[in-house]
Design a binder for this molecule. Structure first.
Ligand code: MN
Ligand code: MN
Length: 458
């Protein structure tokens, strides 16, 4: 593998740093799927994308070169640039997920214990619970009120304001805890967030909790019951950082999979008048199995493709099925980058490295490739050809040694339409930890690889 940094001149290096600075800001600000959709729309609109709702309402036709997006329930974003070729020739599709592992407040979160107010939680996605204690945490989310209004919540991101956190036992009294296996050291039910300690004057019972509810009432005009219809996500507080003395990497929350989401979106923003229709979908719920109305297994994407067919050349069932079957997709998700502290989990010929550029995974899954999409070599050859022609740095990898573990993505879900799909993405260290790490050059190469894919796939 040739390290991608080596191929750049000074001007190109600057371009890498400036592109990834935009990414650093994006993940600093967007820590929930909803925040990613809102910011994603803002970026897309700046690049000429229009909300498809108005086209649908007015039955306004779409023509080659038109750029539209769909906001699905505030949690998925699907974008399309209409191509010159008929839809039945298929689309070139980029996909990534915008949900990340985190800790959610329960429906009834609030309680008090000896003058400390806490919020009870249920974690989301696969986390090592011990990584989430004793660090500054923020609250991002929404509270939906009975009158139909929605309150946006962000607490813990401004320099002067407070953060919250989850406590851990002092080492001095941890004799029993330290004997436990890592998975048991911090129990999931014990991830309780500390939120206050001042009792409300004149209140007899749960006075600290009462005081916190009073503060929330003042700030957001919400009652305790309103948290029944709320989504409050507990995430690491603070900005993503430049990482390494040479600032060659980024340390930030939620890079799985917002690194692929951001680069896919930015790639689409660089494309004008494509031959084939190109599309990008940023989806929710990957970390919990892609289920639900906003997960990839939902019909929302299929539905919007049908609508677009109707607005371009007129809906036709066969054309619709052919469109999906003839499409090609990069299902982008992060890969496990080589970590010098833990070399034993990798088989070195089939591992991805920082500086190696975008990663393609022919298969993921676990055990005997169980649950894997396992892309066709004909398709891989077409991708190799495109990326080599465009001087893209790319590498192939598996997630660790055979039988070491594994992972899944959204690839198999789109493959059921009989389209060609392959897993690709960016290598990450500390995957699913509060602070994940990527290499800036890999982030930049991924974006360029996505542009090439959208333009070149026949
Ligand atoms: Mn992922
Ligand atoms: Mn993940």
């Amino acid at each position: 593998m040739e390290n991608a940094w080596k191929k750049y001149n000074e001007k190109q290096k600057k371009e890498v740093f400036s592109f990834t600075e935009g990414y650093r800001k994006f993940i600093s600000e967007c820590k929930t799927e909803r925040e990613c959709v809102i910011k994603g729309i803002e970026i897309a609109e700046k690049h000429g994308f229009k909300n498809i709702d108005s086209y649908l309402a007015e039955k306004k036709p779409l023509k080659a070169g038109d750029k539209v997006y769909l906001n699905n329930k505030g949690k998925d974003l699907a974008l399309f640039i209409i191509g010159k070729q008929p839809m039945e020739n298929g689309m070139n599709i980029l996909g990534a997920h915008i949900d990340s592992p985190r800790i959610d407040w329960k429906q009834h979160p609030f309680y008090e214990d000896h003058d400390i107010a806490l919020a009870d939680t249920h974690y989301y996605g696969g986390i090592k619970t011990y990584q989430w204690v004793t660090i500054p945490l923020a609250l991002h989310g929404v509270i939906c009120k009975k009158d139909g209004s929605m309150v946006n919540v962000v607490i813990g991101e401004d320099e002067q304001g407070p953060v919250v956190g989850i406590s851990d036992l002092l080492i001095h009294l941890s004799r029993d805890q330290m004997q436990k296996t890592a998975g048991k050291a911090i129990e999931g039910e014990d991830l309780n967030v500390t939120i206050g300690s001042i009792p409300l004057k004149g209140e007899e019972k749960d006075a600290v909790k009462a005081n916190i509810l009073k503060l929330l009432k003042k700030k957001y005009d919400v009652e305790e019951d309103d948290f029944i219809s709320a989504e409050i996500e507990v995430v690491p507080a603070g900005q993503a950082k430049n990482y390494g003395l040479d600032s060659s990497m980024i340390m930030g929350y939620g890079q799985d999979d917002r690194v692929c989401a951001y680069t896919s979106l930015m790639a689409l923003c660089e494309i004008d008048n494509p031959e084939k229709t190109v599309s990008c979908m940023l989806v929710d719920k990957e970390e919990v199995g892609s289920i639900g109305a906003t997960g990839m297994q939902s019909y929302f994407y299929e539905n919007i493709v049908a609508e677009i067919l109707e607005l371009t050349e007129g809906y036709d069932y066969l054309k619709f099925r052919r469109c999906l079957a003839n499409s090609k997709m990069l299902s982008s998700d992060v890969s496990a980058a080589y970590d010098p502290n833990y070399p034993s989990v990798n088989e070195m010929k089939n591992t991805c490295f920082f500086g190696g550029g975008i990663v393609i995974n022919k298969y993921v899954g676990s055990g005997g490739k169980s649950g894997s999409n396992d892309a066709n070599p004909e398709f891989i050859a077409e991708i190799r050809n495109s990326w080599d022609k465009n001087n893209i740095s790319w590498q192939t990898a598996e997630i660790g040694k055979v039988n070491q573990g594994g992972g899944g993505t959204i690839a198999y879900i789109m493959a059921k339409y009989n389209m060609q799909v392959i897993d690709s993405g960016v290598g990450v260290q500390n995957m699913h930890a509060p602070w994940e790490v990527t290499s800036k050059v890999d982030v930049y190469e991924a974006k360029n690889a996505y542009v090439a894919f959208c333009k070149d796939m026949k």
